[in-house]
Ligand binder design. Structure first.
Ligand code: ADP
Ligand code: ASP
Ligand code: MG
Length: 453
């Protein structure tokens, strides 16, 4: 079997859904499990309306629910007619009524919990898969919709629930495998899960790629396909670097570093389940299905020949420097600092230490004030916002001091100030921090240096 995951732009409207149905049906002999995201922009809209639901925002939130109703009814209208149209629109209405009732109850309670937020966030994928499944049936496909929540069991850490792998393996074998074996095309939702007790959860923004990998690993897929809106993983983000090139083949390690450092073409957690089972991940363009895309495998066929593979960056980074109030770092200083971050479930990206101070970066403002409060008991702290992390990735960096030198020579030539350099412990990345305002010129300069036209 194979897993075919389609992102938001791949299912954004009726035309896109028709296109997806065609791609899936062409691959029917490979026994696909289709994992779909919400239509582009819908998850953002749901989260915004949920956050405005308490009390004062109620009318605004209800108006947004109606906008979503209209958008999905229109897709149904473009895809179906007669009896089927009536059935699908009634199902959409039933879901939207459920959403409206949720918004009203949040308004009455005056409080939005993370649990309610997850239930609301899940409507996007429930709607898109409903439309896609009806459309494929209408096209003659023998397909069936399985609720992701019935299979993708997670912890109850709402909005960032942790998948429970053994339970997922068991349920996927029991619920999905027999359907695929019977020759049916199975469609399910990305991003969504549920606790053992069946309470809806989500596994983090952009999580549909991760869902695809989890399902693929549970079902021992031959391949996990990530269908998106670009031709594959590229030498840099094509929305910033117009002449970025497609990388035909890369290793899991390279992909993991890139995804972690901001290349949102793949969710960072996607790679792990695929690595464990050695399942190749292929990134493809749903608008240009005949282009070969990128294949991500355990060992590249290019050996050690290649230097740098790609350049990624993460913006809105906060740089925190903690200086021990004693002259020299006491033992236990690092442990105390990291315990504070761990207690707030905050992940740290880049780290640099000296004898008396420690600098580190984090990528969101969430919980920061509380963390600062506790850090002050350990040392003096200095905080700088609006930084950006750049990460230059490539298996070839391991064996090539000249590639590392070229990174910094390029920055020097363009007079781009750098702080916090880290030659990644994985040996395949060079990571450094620049000012937020320098993102564009840093990306352009490095791309031109490593991938000249
Ligand atoms: P989907 O909705 O299909 O999951 P995403 O928007 O999450 O798609 O990811 C695709 C986007 O990732 C592309 O449109 C592109 O702008 C961005 N991107 C960032 N870095 C890269 C890269 N190195 N290669 C390809 N795309 C990238
Ligand atoms: N729809 C979800 C999001 O926008 C998951 C995904 O698209 O991967 O975050
Ligand atoms: Mg994505």
């Amino acid at each position: 079997m194979i897993v075919m995951k389609f992102g938001g732009t791949s299912v954004e409207d009726a035309k896109a859904m028709r296109n997806v149905a065609g791609i899936v049906m062409t691959n029917a002999v490979r026994r696909p499990l289709v994992v779909a995201s919400a239509c582009a922009g819908v998850t953002n809209a749901l989260l915004t309306l949920a956050r405005s639901s308490p009390e004062a925002g109620r009318e605004h939130a209800l108006a947004q629910v109606e906008e979503l109703r209209v958008r999905h009814r229109k897709i149904a209208h473009d895809l179906f007619s007669g009896e089927v149209l009536f059935t699908v629109q009634s199902q959409i209405d039933a879901m939207m009524d459920e959403l409206r009732d949720l918004v009203k109850s949040i308004a009455i309670l005056g409080e939005l919990t993370e649990r309610s937020l997850d239930t609301i966030a899940g409507f996007g994928e429930r709607l898109s898969t409903l439309l896609l499944c009806h459309h494929m049936k209408q096209q003659g496909a023998d397909c069936v919709l399985v609720s992701a929540g019935d299979v993708l069991v997670t912890s109850a850490e709402y909005t960032r629930a942790v998948p429970l792998r053994e339970a997922i393996d068991e349920r996927a074998s029991r619920i999905i495998a027999p359907l695929l074996e019977a020759g049916q095309i199975v469609i399910t939702q990305g991003f969504l899960g549920a606790t053992e007790a069946g309470v809806p959860t989500t596994i983090g923004r952009g999580g549909s790629d991760y869902s695809a990998a989890l399902f693929g690993a549970a079902l021992n897929a031959e391949e996990i396909q990530i269908w998106t809106d670009v031709d594959g993983v590229m030498t840099s983000d094509p929305s910033v670097i117009p002449n970025a090139k497609v990388i035909e083949e890369m290793t899991f390690r390279e992909a993991a570093e890139l995804a972690y450092f901001g290349a949102k073409v793949l969710h960072p957690a996607t790679i792990q389940p695929a690595v464990e089972k050695n399942i190749p991940v292929r990134v493809l363009n749903s608008k240009r299905p005949d282009v070969g895309g990128t294949v991500i495998v355990s060992e590249g066929s290019f050996g050690a020949r290649r230097g740098v593979t790609s350049i990624a960056y993460k913006e809105d980074i906060t740089l925190i420097t903690i200086t021990s109030t004693r002259m020299l770092m006491m033992h236990g200083f690092l442990a105390r600092v990291f315990a504070i971050f761990a207690a707030h479930r905050k992940s740290v990206d880049v780290i640099a230490t000296s004898e008396v101070s420690l600098s580190l970066t984090v990528d969101s403002q969430e919980n920061l004030e509380a963390i600062f409060g506790e850090l002050r008991s350990v040392g003096a702290i200095e905080v700088v916002h609006d930084k950006s992390i750049f990460c230059v990735v490539g298996e070839g960096l391991k064996s090539s001091p000249s590639a590392v030198a070229k990174v910094f020579r390029t920055l020097d030539e363009h007079a781009i100030p750098v702080s916090m350099i880290s030659l990644g412990a994985s040996e395949i990345n060079v990571t450094f921090v620049v000012e937020g305002k320098d993102i564009q010129r840093t990306a352009l300069a490095l791309h031109e240096a490593f991938f000249p036209d």
